[in-house]
Design a protein around this ligand. Structure first.
Ligand SMILES: [Zn+2]
Length: 365
């Protein structure tokens, strides 16, 4: 089995870059379907549209219907066929971006991804998550290639809700530890091979960047300021974590996150918030040294990521509920089996309960 690294064809990050999108886009196509939400169009549609004037690429703007589902993807591919679009651009949050990737895949065109938030590690990946029209998970669409370009306008992203960027830090917190576990197991990554030195170096840099810049970035964002720390965190959340997870591999943290989706009361929590708690539980499973565990939990407390079950939305903790989470996390096709030792639902249940106890201890409650 080969060592494989997946990455987007190009990654561009900077303040005001969305207004230059037209210039970048003309390198990929002559007529772009631009998928955006109605509110997104109101906020930034004017400056994006103006950036296409006098370029070799024209645009067809279309409003996203709210769900990344087959009917929406079919609707958009029909628009592309009718209008003769040879490029798809998605501007917005995760579902818009996944829909844009899927539409481009079915029409065999390039795709440019422009996230307006930095809340997950998904934008750079060769993956779309498809839901039913009612928003229930349907399937993972594994794509043959990553987006041709990912463009992050840090001015726009720094104006998004702070909780979203903090949640992205939670998603990014897992990257290094999951990649490290997969390496120890000699397991396979989402890129379909073993990890590379490059992916591991990026995963480690992702972690170091969070520790160094995370608190500074959170405080700056709360003050409405886009600082160098904010820029570094946006890159860590998106590029470093994106390549790190896809080409370094997933293990305990994301599987435990998936386990928590069985609890209705956790549904209002963001992906990265649940992944952060899953990371702490993974570290408990690995019996990480006490001082390192204290550093990680302290980081979560400082940036505002949940460290207790109550903060995750679990009002009343019972052994039955946590065991249900643990059983789901150990599902046969999930990534908990990438841990380098045998993991049972009993062990996961114990790790979650202990993680909750440590969280309470370090919070002093
Ligand atoms: Zn994730």
């Amino acid at each position: 089995m080969a060592n494989i690294l997946n990455s987007p064809g190009r990654y561009v990050q900077g303040a005001g870059e969305l207004s230059k999108l037209g210039k970048y886009a003309e390198g990929y196509g002559k007529k772009a379907l631009v998928l955006i939400s109605r509110s997104g169009y109101k906020r930034i549609g004017g400056s994006v549209g103006a950036g296409f004037v006098k370029t070799g690429c024209s645009t067809v703007f279309d409003y996203f219907n709210g769900e990344c589902c087959k009917s929406e993807i079919n609707r958009l591919t029909a628009v592309m066929e009718k209008e003769g679009c040879d490029l798809v651009i998605g501007i917005g949050g995760g579902k818009i971006l996944d829909t844009a990737k899927a539409a481009a895949y079915y029409r065999h065109t390039p795709v440019v991804i422009c996230p307006t938030i930095a809340s997950t590690d998904a934008p750079c990946s060769a993956l779309s998550v498809i839901y039913t029209e009612n928003g229930v998970f349907e399937e993972y669409l594994f794509l043959p290639s990553n987006p041709d370009m990912v463009l992050m306008d840090t001015e726009v992203i720094s104006k998004s809700p702070v909780r979203l960027t903090v949640s992205g830090m939670g998603d990014a917190l897992a990257t290094y530890f999951e990649a490290r576990a997969v390496l120890a197991k000699d397991g396979l990554t989402c890129a379909g091979g073993h990890g590379t030195l490059a992916a591991h170096a990026l995963a480690e840099l992702c972690f170091d960047t969070l520790m160094e810049e995370g608190v500074k970035a959170k405080l700056a964002l709360e003050a409405g300021a886009c600082t160098p720390a904010v820029e570094k965190i946006i890159e860590a959340n998106t590029l470093l974590s994106g390549i790190g997870f896809e080409s370094g591999g997933l293990a305990g943290a994301h599987a435990i996150h998936n386990g928590f989706t069985v609890l209705e009361e956790c549904h209002s929590m963001y992906h990265g918030e649940k992944v952060a708690f899953g990371t702490i539980a993974q570290l408990v499973l690995e019996n990480m040294p006490a001082d390192e565990l204290e550093d990680i939990i302290g980081f979560c407390i400082d940036v505002g990521l949940p460290v207790t079950l109550k903060e995750l939305g679990v009002e009343e903790v019972t052994k039955e509920k946590i065991m249900a989470v643990a059983v789901a996390a150990c599902a046969e096709n999930d990534t908990l089996h990438n841990m380098p030792f045998e993991v049972t639902p009993e062990k996961v249940c114990a790790a979650i309960l202990a993680a909750d106890a440590y969280g309470k201890y370090f919070k002093g409650i």
